[in-house]
Design a protein around this ligand. Structure first.
Ligand code: MTE
Ligand code: MOS
Length: 759
């Protein structure tokens, strides 16, 4: 069969661009129902203890506008929001484990009435001792918060013999690296509306990444069966991992109030409440040790990775697992020993954030690579070239990289783009320039530990006028997936991009496609769309072939001109659709894709944890003002081997956005906690980069296609966030001669260290 001819029309704008820039997109705040109430949450005033009672509960019930107050005693199903483990109560039964944990809910006629009722709660409580730091939580005498000995989860990797590897090494470097929390700061805060349905079921609309996770939670908390629950994702103003698990909490809260009052209930958090109670990137303490020969061949890597999971387990096991799988870096190292712990503490539960445990791990190993290069007196690009993964290499889990490894090309291209060269001591003045580099690899999708969800389903339905509906369970949250699905469908069917519409996911109408996380939508969701579109296209080929008097495999589908061609003649896509309808052909199909063959041995950490990897290199230049400690990123080249760019503008946008988010992580974003309480829960107290801080990030797309992805595409969403912080900190070293081993690296830290030097 002849392959479909496809051409990227790069100037095409994204399918969601117009509604978003014109203000027509309906975010959750725009979703209203008649008779709708507003929900608010009563939260724990202490980080650890027993709440004996809300003493003024009766008074709250009678406050103006209040229609219901719901506590843990009023839950019809189980008091659990299910994540990886079943430890997170929907409402605190009596014991609370973090400041801000939900204790009770209020529904009132207006937002103000609901919030003021919630705020007026007075508690009788007994406070317990608490622990806030992951390393402290490991101590034998630490207060018990959760898991066994406060360990939410533990993973390890054992490959070869690290002692032997370090004996073979000529140089050894070791370092301990620390990262603080990072807050997602999606523009749209968390929000949902729950609507009780007349048949006893419930519908929930909301800003979210994972409608099927929300569905699971609603089944658990309400006791209603799956078919009675409908979850619809509304246009989502950013997620970045922060709308993976926690929308299940809001949804169950809103559902409880809606079932109780039999009225629609909307809960939208304000920024402060969102900061206090929603997930974050895990703070981490990472120790890495590399040994290498004089020639720069790494002989061993040892690592210990400790992340602060917070009070409940949520997604911490998968974060700790992804971290440990990637912690030795994108290198072929014969001997690796790594241990990874997600610890329970009395802080807000941490969860998914772009990079998912790799961001912190990569920061440590890539900064240490720079130290290794220095100790070897070797250019950091050259050191990496001697160790990076290529096809045929083995990862730390013993996986052989079979195909599609463009890491070397990304490294060369990123370095070239900024004329990478470290010139420590070059600038004598106040403003000093420096350059830094980093490399990463990224296992696309959920991998062996998330296999249960590693599937996607899609429907493609061609209407009589040739317009096409795509229904899929993966969501658009700004990353561009609807444009990707549009392109895959249109390029397969051979129709104009304008003809294809991707619907808002609704769990009653689309198959469970797993979560929209782990940069999996293009590769996994894309394959489901491809499967469905191919089935319809096969029908169209038969129709066209029959009409033109040839065999179906003689037909060439030309997606550029929307034509079905053969030597005998041609038909336009629209003529083919017309003919298919005349013949009453099946013009709709269900596509399905399941990722298979991922393995991970719990004892040794060996196996093929992911089936496909994306590879990246970042090279940057910074300027450090040694008087103020201000760091400006002046050049940033980010090269990513993504297999194939399905939509170039979106791909480049992902690289630019992810890199700027990493600049914030490296240099600005400082969440301050005191006794488990967040002291700066606002966008003024916690500063994300603005357009003024965003440098001109140069995206470089490298395409080494992978057989598993649609048209060879892999995943890109998270990698731009992963390696960038290390490149920036390496550049700060090159500029100043000071190794900072933490994020955020604030101006005051820089000034403090520089002042020590000049004494
Ligand atoms: N880009 C935008 N604009 N908004 C987002 O919320 N989320 C990131 C990334 N890029 C995000 C984003 C995260 S955490 C993931 S996992 C991927 O997009 C998910 O999208 P994909 O599966 O389409 O790559
Ligand atoms: Mo992304 S952190 O996997 O939602």
């Amino acid at each position: 069969m002849k392959e479909t001819k496809r051409v990227k029309r790069d100037s095409d704008i994204r399918v969601d661009a117009r509604i978003k820039v014109s203000g027509k997109a309906r975010f959750i705040e725009d979703v209203e129902f008649a008779n709708m109430l507003h929900g608010a949450t009563i939260r724990s005033p202490i980080p650890h203890g027993r709440i004996a009672s809300i003493v003024n509960l009766e008074k709250i019930r009678n406050m103006p506008g209040v229609r219901a107050v719901v506590t843990a005693n009023d839950i019809p199903g189980e008091n659990i929001v299910p994540f990886v483990k079943q430890d997170y109560p929907c409402l605190a039964p009596d014991e609370v484990k973090f400041h801000g944990q939900a204790v009770a809910l209020v529904a009132a006629e207006t937002v103000e009435e609901a919030r003021s009722a919630a705020r007026s709660a007075e508690f009788e409580y007994e406070e317990y001792p608490a622990v806030f730091d992951a390393v402290q939580a490991m101590k034998p005498d630490a207060v018990h918060v959760g898991g066994e000995d406060n360990v939410h989860s533990y993973f390890r990797i054992r490959k070869g013999d690290v002692d032997k590897g370090f004996r073979e090494a000529d140089v050894i470097v070791e370092g301990v690296f620390n990262n603080k929390h990072q807050v997602h700061c999606y523009l749209e805060n968390q929000g949902v509306v729950a609507v009780p349905e007349s048949g006893g079921g419930i519908s929930v609309y909301g800003s979210m990444q994972c409608p099927f996770y929300v569905q699971n939670a609603l089944v658990k908390v309400t006791g209603i069966r799956y078919s009675g629950i409908k979850v619809v994702q509304t246009v989502t103003g950013g997620g970045f991992g922060g709308k993976e698990d926690v929308p299940s909490i809001l949804a169950s809260h809103a559902a409880l109030l809606a079932l109780r009052t039999q009225r629609p209930v909307r809960i939208i958090y304000d920024r402060e409440e969102d900061f206090i109670s929603m997930s974050k990137r895990h703070p981490a303490r990472t120790r890495v040790k590399y040994g290498a020969t004089k020639e720069g061949k790494i002989t061993a890597c040892e690592a210990e990775y400790i992340v602060n999971g917070g009070a409940f387990c949520t997604l911490s096991p998968i974060v700790a697992w992804r971290g440990v799988v990637h912690i030795s870096g994108p290198y072929d190292i014969p001997n690796v020993k790594a241990d990874s712990y997600a610890m329970a503490t009395n802080t807000v539960p941490c969860g998914a954030f772009r990079g998912f445990g790799q961001t912190q791990a990569n920061f440590a190993n890539e900064c240490l690579m720079d130290e290794l290069a220095e100790k070897l007196d070797m250019d950091p690009v050259e050191l990496r070239k001697r160790n990076i993964l290529k096809t045929g290499s083995r990862t730390s889990t013993g996986q052989v990289i079979g195909e599609s490894c463009g890491l070397e090309e990304t490294l060369i291209k990123a370095a070239e783009k900024i004329n990478f060269k470290q010139h420590f001591g070059r600038d004598k003045g106040i403003r000093k320039k420096g350059m830094g580099i980093s490399t990463t690899f990224y296992g696309v999708g959920l991998g062996a530990e998330g296999e249960y969800f590693a599937k996607a389903g899609a429907q493609v339905y061609v209407k009589e006028d040739g317009s096409v509906i795509v229904a899929i369970g993966n969501v658009e949250m700004g990353q561009g997936s609807n444009t990707v699905f549009n392109r895959i469908c249109a390029d397969t069917l051979g129709c104009p991009y304008e003809s294809v519409e991707v619907l808002q996911p609704d769990t009653t109408r689309v198959p469970d496609s797993g979560p929209t996380v782990a940069s999996r939508s293009t590769m996994v969701g894309g394959r489901a769309v491809l499967d469905a579109a191919r089935q319809v296209c096969d029908t169209f080929r038969k129709v066209a072939a029959d009409k033109l008097g040839v065999k179906p495999f003689d037909i060439e589908v030309d997606a550029v001109d929307s034509r079905y061609r053969c030597s005998r003649g041609e038909m336009s896509y629209f003529e083919v659709v017309n003919e298919a309808y005349r013949r009453r052909e099946k013009v709709a199909a269900q596509g399905w894709y399941r990722v298979e063959g991922c393995t991970f041995d719990q004892e040794t950490g060996q196996g093929n944890p992911y089936s496909v990897y994306t590879y990246s290199a970042n090279a940057c230049e910074v300027e450090v003002d040694t008087e103020t400690g201000q760091v400006t990123v002046t050049k940033f080249a980010a090269a990513h081997d993504i297999g194939k760019a399905i939509h170039m503008i979106s791909a480049e946008g992902q690289i630019q956005g992810g890199t700027v988010q990493a600049i914030g992580y490296a240099l600005h974003e400082n969440l301050v906690l005191e006794n488990g309480r967040i002291l700066n829960p606002s966008l003024t107290g916690y500063t994300v980069p603005t357009s003024l801080d965003a440098c001109d990030v140069i995206p470089i797309i490298v395409e080494h296609p992978h057989g598993e992805g649609p048209f060879g595409a892999k995943g890109l969403g998270e990698p731009p966030m992963i390696g960038s912080a290390a490149a920036i900190l390496n550049a700060i070293y090159d500029a100043t001669g000071i190794r900072f081993r933490h994020t955020p690296c604030l101006p005051e830290d820089i000034v403090k260290e520089l002042s020590k030097l000049s004494i």
